[in-house]
Design a protein around this ligand. Structure first.
Ligand code: NDP
Length: 291
């Protein structure tokens, strides 16, 4: 079940945080959070924990093991495909978990309850609001995907005050389920043939692009939306980013979202804002990854 380290067994163990998912080996989260702990002079570890997609039962064990480490001060993050299983495991859910049905960040409170948030929502919102030339309030937004990242994107777009949000997914039934989570008319299914350039921004929230041989999640034939955000990140950028750039979009990968959700996760675990130097240390790990 575990890759790189085992889950702590008792509250007397070393303070440990971790990333639960599959795959996890590619993730920059361990390096990013270790840099933060060094800057904070916090004696803690951050470990990748691979829990196979067909063994979601281990997610709860891993979450409780991490959260109870260091005398109950530990916690962690969850990535695909386990964010929904993590949300179901929680004793206390934030509003963002309730709205997305997905949890990417967890910890234990003083009463020993497992608490969770979805810091992807605020992370994506921060990135949208700070993208040069984009005003997400009133924008027309196309979301590719219907999993946890797409749900977080839709909630972030709603919080930003987007005028139109369309969802497109390979499995149309899953897209319908995501659209159906929100009050009628707030979010709609993408209509094939809609001109791409009518959208102000397209957000790529499928898992495609982590491997260079992955097919493109969506292709443009004419002018792309003015902005394209790919939540996936890999050295040199994804093939889809190059495709979107070739069709006229300003492109960005997922490293800024990774940083923002990471800073917010750290603040949940510590229960207070982190100093600017910590953010800088985390940022320095990510520098050079995007193109
Ligand atoms: P999920 O497993 O919940 O969803 C996967 C999505 O990808 C589904 O929409 C699925 O479509 C689609 N997909 C998978 N394979 C294919 C394929 N071959 N063709 C077409 N569509 C496909 O994953 P998450 O939503 O949790 O994560 C998605 C991505 O976003 C991940 O790569 C993750 O790392 C990234 N992410 C990055 C963040 C960051 O900080 N930068 C934050 C959050 C996520 P279908 O329903 O049809 O199977």
């Amino acid at each position: 079940m575990s890759e790189g380290a085992s889950v702590p067994r008792s509250g007397r163990d070393r303070l440990t945080f971790g990333l639960i998912g599959d795959p996890v080996a590619h993730s920059l989260s361990p390096a990013m959070h270790r840099a933060a702990f060094r800057e904070l002079a916090l004696e803690a570890e951050y470990v990748p924990i691979r829990v196979a997609a067909d063994a979601p039962g281990f997610v709860a064990d891993a979450m409780r093991g991490l959260a109870s480490s260091g005398g109950g001060m530990g916690g962690g993050n969850v990535t695909l495909p386990h964010k929904s299983a993590a949300a179901r495991t929680l004793d206390v859910r934030s509003e963002a978990v309730g709205r997305t049905g997905a949890c990417n960040c967890f910890w234990q409170d003083e009463e020993g309850r497992l608490c969770g948030d979805n810091t992807d929502v605020e992370g994506i919102l921060r990135v949208l609001e700070s993208t040069r030339g984009l005003d997400p309030g009133g924008a027309s937004i196309l979301v590719l995907g219907a999993g946890g990242a797409a749900a977080a994107t839709v909630v972030a777009a709603l919080q930003a005050g987007a005028a139109n949000i369309s969802v497109r997914n390979r499995d149309r039934r899953r897209a319908e389920e995501l659209v159906g989570r929100f009050p009628l008319g707030q979010v709609r299914l993408f209509e094939a043939g809609s001109p791409d350039a009518d959208f102000d921004v397209v957000i790529q929230a499928t898992s495609l692009g982590m491997n260079p041989e992955d097919p493109l999640p969506y292709t443009f034939s004419g002018q792309a939306p003015a902005h394209a955000l790919d939540l996936v990140y890999r050295p040199g950028g994804t093939r889809w980013m190059a495709h979107a750039r070739g069709h006229g979009a300003d492109v960005e990968d997922g490293t800024r979202v990774l940083l923002e959700q990471g800073v917010l996760s750290l603040e949940r675990w510590l229960g207070k804002p982190v100093p600017a130097a910590v953010r800088t240390a985390m940022q320095s790990v990510l520098d050079g990854v995007s193109d």
